[in-house]
Design a protein around this ligand. Structure first.
Ligand SMILES: NC(=O)c1ccc[n+]([C@@H]2O[C@H](COP(=O)([O-])OP(=O)(O)OC[C@H]3O[C@@H](n4cnc5c(N)ncnc54)[C@H](O)[C@@H]3O)[C@@H](O)[C@H]2O)c1
Length: 251
């Protein structure tokens, strides 16, 4: 990954932090977008400093993805500074949980804005540079929830399926430019995203029963999958969704 520049939304989150560290270790520079100041501080503390063991540079922006025009302006500035993005990882997400009838349409739209529309903005900003180079990797982080529905998460599930649709449409359209597009669908990982479940012990049991592999997934499992799609080695794989879920659902 030496010399590659990665744009990574939600990079300071439960799954993002380890992946960011792995990409830095492999020589990439990572432009991390995350508006949680506490998590960003933890990422900055964990990342090795360039010239002090690190091969790539960590650049952080606390832009709010729900402000799409502001995000685009931030990206244009970052492209000037970093010289374009070779890899885009659309990972940031919000995941409100309640019965379908209780969602206002504005709440539904707010989920699509962060989970899907910000990814569209990121790809629109990055694509001209990728086309010019004849190289690009786009990775959309989806979810196991689209494989089995999932109650009380309808805006989130809709957003995660939309990302799979975009993955396929973009893969077809950008393939001729040397740009691959793939999705990762994580299973259940013990991060903040899991705190929406009211009975943690029961949930843990349910997950282990459902999985073929009888341990909980960890952030390294996701980091390794993302690192593959981000690498030069994955160049003949595009339009796919990789389910990293311990053999819970099988596709
Ligand atoms: N953890 C799981 O079990 C699980 C399962 C399936 C899918 N996923 C997906 O994996 C991805 C990462 O999830 P995670 O577990 O690391 O969750 P997380 O909440 O720890 O990470 C998401 C990150 O996105 C950032 N973010 C959210 N809204 C933002 C905004 N408006 N502007 C800027 N940043 C914003 C948050 O600050 C957070 O750091 C998400 O797309 C999630 O849907 C996670």
């Amino acid at each position: 990954m030496k010399g590659r520049v990665v744009l990574y939304t939600g990079a300071a989150g439960g799954l993002g932090l380890d992946t960011t560290l792995l990409l830095l270790e492999r020589g990439a520079s990572v432009v991390a977008i995350d508006n949680d100041l506490t998590k960003v501080a933890a990422l900055q503390a964990a990342a090795p400093k360039k010239g002090n063991g690190a091969k790539g540079e960590l650049i952080v922006s606390t832009a709010d993805l729900s402000d799409l025009a502001g995000f685009r302006a931030t990206l244009d500035g970052l492209i000037e500074r970093a010289g374009g993005f070779d890899v885009v990882i659309n990972n940031a997400a919000i995941y409100p949980s309640k019965p379908f009838e209780d969602y206002l349409i504005e709440e539904h739209q707010a989920v699509q804005r962060v989970n899907v529309d910000a990814g569209i903005v990121a790809v629109q900003a990055a694509l001209p540079g990728m086309r010019a180079k004849g190289f690009g990797r786009i990775i959309n982080v989806s979810s196991i929830t689209l494989s089995g529905g999932w109650a009380n998460l309808s805006p989130y599930v809709a957003s995660k399926m939309a990302l799979v649709g975009l993955t396929r449409a973009w893969a077809r359209e950008f393939g001729p430019y040397g740009v691959t597009v793939n999705a990762i669908a994580p299973g259940a990982f013990p991060t903040d995203a899991e705190k929406i479940h009211p009975d943690p012990e029961g949930y843990n049991r349910m997950v282990l029963d459902a999985q073929s592999i009888k341990r909980r997934g960890n952030a390294h499992d996701i980091a390794n999958a993302i690192a593959f799609f981000a690498s030069d080695e994955s160049g003949f794989v595009t339009g796919q969704t990789l389910h990293v879920n311990g053999g819970w659902t099988m596709n």
